[in-house]
Design a protein around this ligand. Sequence first.
Ligand SMILES: [Zn+2]
Length: 108
Amino acid sequence: MLHYSCDLCKRPIDSHSESRHVVKIEVFPAVEEVSPNECCDADCSAEDSDHLGEMQDLLQRLDDGDDISFVDDGTRSLRFDLCEACRQRFVKNPLGSKSSKQLDFSNN
Ligand SMILES: [Zn+2]
């Protein structure tokens, strides 16, 4: 049987008697996207083929296997298991900021 424990309080989660919740966090640099409408004129097709070449170059470098870490742009993908109690705390205050904790107290 698969055994999970809460990544916040470290308590084992019995998935039969309580629900387990998964939190996924992705961190990546914000990139201003070019709107598709601006990219439809004829002189854009030349650029497109350039991008294709870059992509193939990238894929080839990834195939080599020894160069995967060259893209470190701060992108992280995190995954946590939470018990029910920690799930409730997390959704109230996902970033753990102190101000919203104080808000919780005043609500009680
Ligand atoms: Zn927990």
